[in-house]
Design a protein around this ligand. Sequence first.
Ligand code: C2E
Ligand code: CA
Ligand code: CA
Ligand code: CA
Length: 274
Amino acid sequence: AKSRGRSGLCFYNRQLNAPAVARLRLEAALRRALERNEIDVHFQPKVDRDGRPRSFEALVRWHNPEFGAISPAEFIPIAEEIGQIEPITEFVLARACRLARAWPGELAVAVNLSPRLFHSGELCRRVERALAASGLAPHRLELELTEGILMEKNMRAVAQLQALKALGVRLAVDDFGTGYSSLAYLRRFPLDILKVDKSFVGNCRPDASDAILVRAISSLGRELGLTVVAEGVETRAQWDFLRQAGCDEFQGYLFARPLPAEQTLAWLEQHRHG
Ligand code: C2E
Ligand code: CA
Ligand code: CA
Ligand code: CA
C-alpha cells in the first residue's frame, strides 16, 4: 500500500531502517497499552516550608513486556502524535481524582496536561467528568501546563484555560524558565502556581547564576500572588537555599520518589508532622 503512517514513513520504502521499525513497534504497543493494563500512575508529594505534605503530582508510568519501563518523557510525545494522549490523560485524571478523595484533609492532586489536549474543545468536559465521577472538590485538583500553551496565539487555548479556571481547579505553569521566557503571560492568564524547573535547582550556591534566577523567579511569583514550587529538590542544602529564596512548596527525591498509589497513605502517615 502507498499509505503513509502517521510517522510520515512510507510503508513500501525498502530502506525502512531498524530504528524506524522499532518506533513502529513502540507505537503499536502504545496503542494497546491501556487496554492491556500496562499504564499506571505514580504520585510524588510536594511539601510546604515546614515539610508538611500539601499535594501529590500524578506521574504516568508505562511498563511493556517487550520494551520494559519507558519514560513518560519518551512516550508522551509519541502518544501525542498517535492520538493516544486523550485516553491516557483521562485515565490519569480519573486515577488521580479517585485517589485524592481517599487522602485526608485538603491534600491536592496535580495532573500534567499536554499542549495537544488544548487542540480539541473536549478538555474542559473531560476534567469536569473526572471531578464529577470522583466527587473530588475542584480546588483540590491542580492542572500543570507548560509555558508553550500560554504563548500560543490560539484563542481556543485561552478560552479553555478560562473555562478550566471557572470549574474551580488551580492552574500551574510547569517547567517555568525553560520556555519562551515572556513574562507577560503570567499576568494575562488565570494562574495560581508557578513551578520552577528543576534545571535551576541543581546548582544552588548562593552566588551561582541559577540561584540568582531562582530568587528572581520566586520574588516575581510572590509579587503576582502565585504559589511558587521548586521541583527536583534532592539535598537538604538545596531545600535550605530554596526556602531562603522564598519558594513556598518543594518536590523532589529529598522528600520522596514518585510512589505507587498504594503507598501514598502510608507515606502520609509517616510525614503527618512534617
Ligand atoms: P515533569 O512534569 O517536570 O515531572 C517531574 C519529573 O522529574 C518526573 O519525571 C519526576 O519523577 C522527576 N523528579 C522528581 N523529583 C526529582 C528529583 O529530585 N531529581 C530528579 N533528577 N528528578 C526528579 P518523570 O516521572 O519521568 O516524568 C517526566 C515528564 O513526563 C514530566 O516532567 C512530564 O512532563 C511528563 N509526564 C509525566 N506524567 C505525565 C502525564 O500524565 N501527562 C503528561 N502530559 N505528561 C506527563
Ligand atoms: Ca509536572
Ligand atoms: Ca516540571
Ligand atoms: Ca519537566
